[in-house]
Structures are given as structure tokens and as C-alpha cells.
Design a protein around this ligand. Structure first.
Ligand code: ATP
Length: 458
């Protein structure tokens, strides 16, 4: 295309929020009741996109490998799990209150926070700020199990999915007949009563995690730790994130959690700056030992034939579904001018795109075109997510699909009625090709399976 010009790199969080809202990816939750801060509901395209993010993760973790199995553990676990794991005493963030504006802040995030009264300053910097001493605040949501309000009924909503994996180590090692190195992967909701949620889907109190615990012989821990950092970074690149927008940041000794002998964050260049996308931790034998001691059930690897017995060490890649989805959206967002008209386009990897193809009759009033288009739509929907659209001018329909990231559009026109061919339009290059209607399904499936590179990465 001769007359396409890229707009300056213009993605902002506001633009992502507004696109998500406009096209029904994500809505603020409980809106008719005035909203609940930092809680979101996923609409149709958001659900499809999120399902694709999770499917690609499971594929990479489980389907494409021989050494990882899947798990779906309960959200409410025995409360002793959280005592043994250290969460009851240690899963805290330091918090300060401002006596003047009554706002609450993370004591370790003051630099990035803004004073309520003077947004150009950080909390504590303004003349009227009056901050309390930092206090530790436990992030776990408490609840009660059963009808009785007694102390024994106290339980927690899980703040991470990992503990559900550790307590199932024995079940899986025995039943799935796995020998270290092997992993257990789980996707599910986690809950944290964050002091300062915000930045759209980046930090919410209810979110989904994709976590995998990889159990290894102790002397292999360092090697597998390095391996998983690289493997996880490669997964984001495979699904379209520009390599230059990713970096690995290793935690300093002072930043390490009590259980960790090494942690690296894969950071993404969000519109709010470089921030954690996923953490990879070398947890040593902390978790299996802690649960063995507290439960009385030995969580160890025993191989009687080889005379081997040890507590495996654990390497954990822990990512967020919503945070990954946000990064994919930010990286895919593009604006350009085509033939003097602006278009917003989500250059999502075809394997992530909520809708893979749109089927469009050029003239909605033409009964033969509509009939052919409906037939093609019925054929394609059996194999991939497709959308039929006959509302409005063709240019506008293309733009609607561009905005939700649909990689291909198949248009039925006059020529289709004469020679049974359709055009297939490529979202990124805007190239249009004429193909046989009878081959459309095969052609689309081939195109979807081809390796894809974002045109934004050049
Ligand atoms: P942060 O430092 O951002 O609070 P964390 O280091 O506590 O994160 P982990 O416990 O390592 O996070 O959780 C693993 C992943 O889960 C994070 O990398 C992130 O993708 C996701 N995650 C954690 N907390 C939230 C949250 N409040 N909202 C959305 N995603 C989250």
C-alpha cells in the first residue's frame, strides 16, 4: 500500500481503556451501582481473547511437553496451608496513611504515588502531608466456611495458585507417575486485598494467574531456573510482544522473598513504564519442607530401586493472565492513516485474536451475496471463531474488525456470483487476494497456522 503512514507511537493506557470499553472487551465492574474501584468485567471479545491467552499458555506448558501435567485446585484451601506457607504472617505489604487526605499508600511505592492534594508531588512531599509510620498489612481476603461464626471456620481466598500445587505434589508424583524434573501447571483466580490497585488490569484485587511449579533434583535447580527465564521470555515473543519491550530484571538480595534463592522478573514496557509481567523464582525446597512439617505428610521424591530420596527444589514461573492480556493489547495497538483515513488496528497474533475472520457481503441488500456469505460463514464457524457482518459501508466494517484485531476478512462481491471466488483481506498489510470460494476454509486455516511477526517490530 503506497499511502499508508504510521502515526507516532501513540499508545497510552487511556486509549487501551477506551478501546476495551468501546468494543466490549472489558467494562468497569458494577457500573450501575457506581462502580467498584479497580474491578473489571470481561465482555465478549475480552472473554475470547483471555481464553486464547490461557490456551496458548497451556499448550506451551502441557500439550507441547512431556514433563508437565495440569491441575485445577480449590480456591478455598485448608487454612493451615496458609500458615505453613508463611502467608498468614508474611504475605504483607507495608502501608502508610495520610492523616490529612485520608488516603492510603504502599510505603514501598511512595516514589511512584501521587499526593491527593498536590498531584505534582509524592505523598509526604507536600506541606500539608502528614503520613503515619509504615504498618504491615496482610493482603489475604478472609472469609468464613459454613454457617457458624466461630474461630474454627475462618478461611482465606487464595492469594496465589501455587500452594494448591505444592499440597498435591504427592498425588501427582504417584498418580501421574512423574519423576523429577517434572512440573504441575495451573490457571485460576487469585485474590489480594491490594492497598493501591490501579492502572486498569495491571493491578486488581481479583485476577487470574498462570503458574507452574517445576520440581527438580536440588543440584539442577540453577540450570532450570535459567532455562525457565528464557523459555517464558520466548513465549511472550512467540505471541507477538516486541523483544525490545521486554527485559529481565534479577532481584537484588534485599528484594528476595523469604523462600527464594533467586528471582527474576520479566518486565514489559507498559505505558506506566517498565513493570513486572511475570516472575520466575527459584524457591528451593522451602514449600515442600514447610508442608511436610506442618501436615505430617512427607512431600519428597523416593526412588526405592535407585536408592534415591530427596526433597525436590522448585522453579516457579508465575504470570498473570490479565496482566499478560494487557501487555498483548498494548503491544498490538496501532494507529495509521490509510488513504487519508485514520484506522485503529490491534495487530494481535492470529492465535490470540478473539475473531479469526470476518465474512462480509459487499452489498447487504443483494440477496445472492448475503446467501453466499451466510453459507461461507456457516462453513467457517465450525472450525474457527468467525463473525458475519452486513451492517454499513464496507470500509466501516473493515475498520470495526481492525479494531478488534481480526486478522482476515473475506468479502463476497459481484465477482463471487460470476466465478465463485472471494477476496481475502490481510489486516496488517491490507493486501487483498482473490481465492476460490471452495478453498476458502483450507486457505484460512493455512494462513492462521503460518508463523506471524508483528509489522510493528519491522
Ligand atoms: P507485584 O510486585 O506487581 O505486586 P508480585 O511480585 O507480588 O507482583 P507474584 O506474586 O510474583 O507478583 O505474582 C505473579 C504474577 O501474578 C505477577 O507477575 C502478575 O502478572 C500477576 N499479579 C500479581 N498480583 C496481581 C494483581 N494484583 N493484579 C493483576 N495481576 C497480578
Amino acid at each position: 500500500m503506497g499511502n499508508v503512514s504510521q502515526m507516532p507511537d501513540a499508545v497510552t493506557m487511556d486509549k487501551i481503556v477506551s478501546l476495551c470499553r468501546r468494543r466490549g472487551f472489558v467494562f468497569p465492574s458494577s457500573e450501575i451501582y457506581g462502580g467498584l474501584g479497580s474491578a473489571y468485567d470481561y465482555g465478549h471479545y475480552g472473554v475470547l481473547l483471555k481464553a486464547n491467552v490461557k490456551a496458548r499458555w497451556l499448550e506451551a506448558m502441557v500439550q507441547e511437553r512431556d514433563d508437565i501435567v495440569a491441575l485445577d485446585s480449590a480456591i478455598i484451601l485448608h487454612p493451615q496451608v496458609w500458615e505453613a506457607s508463611g502467608h498468614v504472617t508474611g504475605f504483607t505489604d507495608p502501608m502508610v496513611d495520610c492523616r490529612t487526605c485520608k488516603k492510603r499508600f504502599r510505603a514501598d511505592h511512595l516514589e511512584e504515588s501521587r499526593c491527593e492534594r498536590k498531584p505534582s508531588k509524592r505523598p509526604g512531599e507536600g506541606p500539608e502531608c502528614d503520613l503515619t509510620e509504615a504498618r504491615q498489612f496482610n493482603l489475604m481476603f478472609e472469609t468464613r466456611v459454613g454457617a457458624l461464626e466461630e474461630s474454627g471456620s475462618k478461611a482465606y481466598l487464595r492469594p496465589e495458585t501455587a500452594q494448591g500445587i505444592f499440597i498435591n505434589f504427592k498425588n501427582v508424583a504417584q498418580l501421574a507417575r512423574r519423576k523429577p524434573p517434572f512440573g504441575i501447571a495451573q490457571i485460576g483466580k487469585s485474590f489480594r486485598n491490594e492497598i493501591t490497585p490501579g492502572n486498569f488490569l495491571f493491578r486488581t484485587r481479583e485476577f487470574e494467574q498462570m503458574e507452574m511449579e517445576f520440581f527438580v533434583p536440588p543440584d539442577e535447580a540453577e540450570r532450570w531456573y535459567r532455562y525457565w527465564i528464557e523459555e517464558r521470555r520466548a513465549w511472550y515473543i512467540r505471541y507477538g510482544i516486541s523483544e525490545s519491550h521486554l527485559r529481565v530484571r534479577e532481584h537484588g538480595a534485599e528484594e528476595l522473598s523469604h523462600y527464594s534463592s533467586g528471582t527474576s522478573d520479566i518486565e514489559y514496557l507498559f505505558p506506566i513504564g517498565w513493570s513486572e509481567l511475570e516472575g520466575i523464582a527459584n524457591r528451593g525446597d522451602f514449600d515442600l519442607r514447610a508442608h511436610s512439617e506442618a501436615s505430617g505428610t512427607k512431600l519428597e521424591w523416593v526412588d526405592a530401586d535407585a536408592g534415591e530420596r530427596y526433597v525436590p527444589h522448585v522453579i516457579e514461573p508465575a504470570g498473570g493472565v490479565d496482566r499478560a492480556l494487557l501487555a498483548f493489547l498494548v503491544d498490538a495497538y496501532d494507529e495509521e492513516v490509510v488513504a487519508e483515513r485514520e484506522r485503529t488496528v490491534l495487530r494481535l497474533h492470529p492465535q490470540l485474536a478473539p475473531v479469526k475472520a470476518a465474512v462480509l457481503p459487499l452489498i447487504a441488500k443483494s440477496a445472492p451475496m448475503v446467501e453466499r456469505a451466510r453459507m461461507l460463514y456457516e462453513e467457517l464457524r465450525r472450525v474457527v471463531a468467525v463473525e458475519y457482518d452486513d451492517g454499513g459501508q464496507i470500509g466501516r466494517r473493515y475498520r470495526r474488525q481492525d479494531e478488534i484485531g481480526t486478522p482476515f476478512a473475506l468479502t463476497i462481491d459481484e465477482q463471487t456470483l460470476e466465478d465463485d471466488t472471494v477476496t481475502i483481506r490481510d489486516r496488517d498489510s491490507l493486501a487483498q487476494e482473490r481465492i476460490a470460494l471452495a478453498k476458502a476454509r483450507e486457505h484460512l486455516q493455512d494462513r492462521l497456522a503460518q508463523p506471524w511477526r508483528s509489522p510493528k517490530t519491522g
